[in-house]
Structure formats: C-alpha cells, structure tokens
Design a binder for this molecule. Sequence first.
Ligand SMILES: Cc1ncc(COP(=O)(O)O)c(C=O)c1O
Length: 371
Amino acid sequence: MQFIDLLSQKDRIRAALLHRIEGILDRGQFIMGPEVTELESRLASYVGSQHCISCSSGTDALLMPLLAKGVGPGDAVLTTPFTFVATAEVISLAGATPVFVDVKPDTFNMDPDLVGYAIDDAVQRGLKPKALIPVDLFGLPADYDRIVAVADAYRLWILEDAAQSFGGSYKERKAGSFGLVGATSFFPAKPLGCYGDGGAIFTDDSDLDMLLRSIRVHGSGADKYSNDRIGINGRLDSIQAAVLLEKLTIFDDELAARQRIAESYTRRLHCRVVVPRIPEHYRSAWAQYSVLASSAEEREQFIDALQKEGVPTMIYYKTPLHLQKAYDFLGYKAGDFPVSEELSSRIFSLPMHPYLKEEEIEQICSVLLRT
Ligand SMILES: Cc1ncc(COP(=O)(O)O)c(C=O)c1O
C-alpha cells in the first residue's frame, strides 16, 4: 500500500500530459514558457485572487513576500512551531527572527488568543513585530476571522502558508487568498503537486505583484540584465507548469475523493482515536489525515501493527520547531509550547490520496480498531 499514490493519478493524465510536453520540447521554451502564463491565470481564478506568481517551490513562495516587504534584521515574524521547517526557515533566511505562537489542540492551527503573548515576547527581545505566518496545517485553513482581527489590531500583515491547503476553503474563500499574500507548494506529495519542485504566490496587491515578479528573476528591472533589487532564481519551468495544468483538470474530482475518504476514516475511527475536527464552513484539502493516539506508547503500538500489515504511516511532526537544533539559538525550551509538544508525541498520519480504495480503508481501520 502507498502512503500517497502518484502512479494511479499519472495514468489519468498521461496522454494529455505527454502531448503538452512534446509541444514544449518542440518549441524549446523551457523556462517561463506560455504554459507558465496560462497556469498563473488558471490558478489566480481558482483561488479568486487578482494575481498569481508561480515560482520554484513553496519555500521560495514564502521567502519572496518577506523580501518584497523588506522584512529583515530586527524584525519579528510570528508563526507556529507545529509545522514543516520551511515556514520558520524563510523568516531566518530573510534575516528576521521567528517568534512562535502555539496551536489549538483541535485544529492544530495557530491559536489567535496567543498572538498577543507572542507580540509581548518579541518586544521584550527587542524585536519589531512585522508579520504573521499562519499555517493551514494538513489542508485545513486557519481561523482567519480571528487571526485577521488580531493582525489588524497589532498592525501586522499576513502571509498565509497554504503549502498544504491548496483546494481547501473557508466559507466562500479559497486557501491562498486569506492574507495580504498567500503561498502554496506544488511538491509532488501536496494535494496539487507537480513532478518536481514548484510553488505559487497569490495576492490582490498590484504593487506587490510587480515586486514579486522582479524578485523571482534576480530583482530584474526594465530588462533581464538590469537589476533593481536583490532577488533570487525563483522561476517555475514550463514542464512543471504543463504538469500542473493537466492535474488541474482532475483536481476538483480528486478533492471530492479525498473528502469521501476522510469521511470514511472518521466514521470508522472516531471511537478509537482522536479524528480531525473540521469546524463549520471549512473544507480541508486533506493533504494529510492525521489522528491522535492517547499516548506516545499507544502511537508506537498503532504504527507497529500497521507496519506489520504493510500499511505505511508518517509522523508530522515529531519535533516541534522550537525544540529543533537549528533553532537552539532562539532560546526556547521544552514546555514553552505545550500544545505543539503534546501533539508531537501523539500524532500520526494515515495513507491519504484520492485513489485509496474502500477495502484499503477498511483494512487500515480494522488494524487500528483491534490494536
Ligand atoms: C507547511 C509547509 N510550508 C512550506 C513548505 C515548503 O514547500 P516546498 O517543499 O515546496 O518548498 C511545505 C512543504 O513541504 C509545508 O508543508
């Protein structure tokens, strides 16, 4: 059994994708070809934002807005410690300091009630709080009603880390559209993934759009060889754009399948483990289906029993970022973010992809129910 099955998906798009790739080979425009422009306009309308800037990875999609907004040394950017390292890493790469805010125990997303404490913490460290990076963990958008209110109160701008939530939504709004700017990832294992690295940035701010397009190509000015600012090589290549265009044609169907699979897991497992809670009016993109065991020991028993039956599992995330060696220099200690620490000791993720069969779900659940 696969944790994520990309091969069944490939069979659905293979012929059309090969046709597109052949066109790219014949035209020879491998970087920023017409596929990239077509993809950006499709993605912008999907998310409902004015601008989409495609780029080389989800990490660069997070980094570039920080560079564009001039975030740097002496600035604090608030995010959660219960996320993939890239979320905090980009803050450090920009020269600023990550200041962590713990997550809510039920949604695993940033707790808006704790933002004020993190602001005080940042100020005590002599930092200027500038921005917030809420993460839409496992595909579920964060609590933007309250996060936006708190960000406005403290005059922070929001960079939504929608790396895992492309396709998710809250009320009528799609993930990627909640902040001043949103960033997503097209890493192959993501709900919408390409066949390599890729990412995209979304914004309604036209000035920011222009700056991001410049930063994406080494800070280019009027032409490629005039450089107005410091940038990066952050472009998406034409073949990855072609892959994404083809995958977009089946994406809503795949999202519906993920939703069905999540419901099927929840129906069977809610009496044995803590299943994901999706608050009213939210839709998750189900990048992961993550459950909580009652203890670290029980998690080990579940994982061992599943492994014996050939069922792969993953632990996202075993160590919260404030306890990672790379962030020793921030001076955090165990106990500082109790919810993230508790989740790290009990969480594990089950296979989740649109091609998971009902009998596979049945098998996975029966192992958990009898363990
Ligand atoms: C929450 C989160 N942020 C950022 C990233 C970085 O994306 P990428 O791997 O495309 O650089 C990821 C992807 O792994 C992620 O899960």
